[in-house]
Design a protein around this ligand. Sequence first.
Ligand code: PMT
Length: 403
Amino acid sequence: MANLTGKKILLGITGSIAAYKAAFLVRLLIKSGAEVQALMTKAGAEFISPLTLSTLTKRPVHTDIIAGESWNNHVEMGLWADAMVVAPLTASSLAKMAQGISDNIITATYLSARCPVFFAPAMDLDMWCHPATRENVRRLQSYGNLLIPVGHGELASGLVGEGRMAEPEEIVAHLHHFWEKQQSLAGRKVLITAGPTYEPIDPVRFVGNRSSGKMGVALADAAARRGAEVTLVLGPSRLSPRDARVQVLPVQTAEEMLQAAEKAYPGADIGILAAAVADYRPREAAARKIKKTGDVLKLELIKNPDIAATLGQRKKTGQLLVGFALETDNELANAQSKLEKKNFDLIVLNSLQDQGAGFNYDTNKITIIGKGNKIRDFELKSKPAVAEDILDEVEVLLKNKPE
Ligand code: PMT
């Protein structure tokens, strides 16, 4: 049995037939040491009685934001919890959470929650497969929420397929695994580069690229959640990590990114280079705005430093270096050649040929290539989920690396 001693869990129950399993879920959570506060939508309370859940949790169950002449403080509950679990989550409540609609006690608490949020969908086969539902799941994951995958089997409609809520034992196992992982990088220092670089042409124009920083920021948050001390060297991006423990070093150009990375890398155990660094920069940046004078403007570009290759050359025993490769053709061969040339331990390949992968998407589809031609393909996932896969691979390597 998982050990969740002292963990405070908000359990949201929405209106699905799977709500009857909430009683078993509560019993398992309490048996494993957790404190549970149940929240229900009105539809949820049609499927299982609040009295059953308040008896099991030994706490009043909240079914509305307004309770008589007072209100249930969803902000306070959001701050109280170590985790929120919404199980079962219907297609309709999923859509509300994905859109930020807060018209009931569960969706309002979800929006206020600062803790990790797990969601265990439950719906019929065609609802689960509908593109709108797929998009809502991806969107929720892209905000860092954690999907507890649906099961396969007989559904309330009589159809057989995907859409069943995960069993209570599986939900508890997910929580356990999450907290077990939380300290898996404790004591480790991780350097991450992310975002684009902007190489100035003049005070208003630059040479840059389409990187948003989403992939690198997701990696920084995931590593911090696992207990690592994270330094994020972040090129110009509108994003910032959700985890306040991440130390962010904002930079603009490749030269600045190199300087910041060079300082942080000697003390780091792991370097993960997700930035899309401009390979070339204008030889000179004009001090004043360049005027529109002729039909042609020639820019002379010179090579930027290769941050990855520089760190690769300085890598010490016990340090790990993980690179990315963004490719359009000959993907595997190009990535393998970068793995060797830049002295990476792993390279994460993302191809612009794959729909939903690469720049700016909330999702990515990766192949992780290790030394000795070890190749693992992953399906299209949200960038936070991709970050978890990358860190899992890094941890395997870390265990086998000489100190
Ligand atoms: O930021 P997002 O919008 O979420 O998009 C994520 C991403 C597509 C930018 C990311 O997943 C990614 O692929 N980053 C690397 C992009 C890239 O520049 O790849 P590359 O094949 O040109 O470079 C290979 C490796 O060398 C990369 O680790 C890169 O960070 C590094 N490099 C490259 C050039 C350079 N001058 N210095 C470097 O450190």
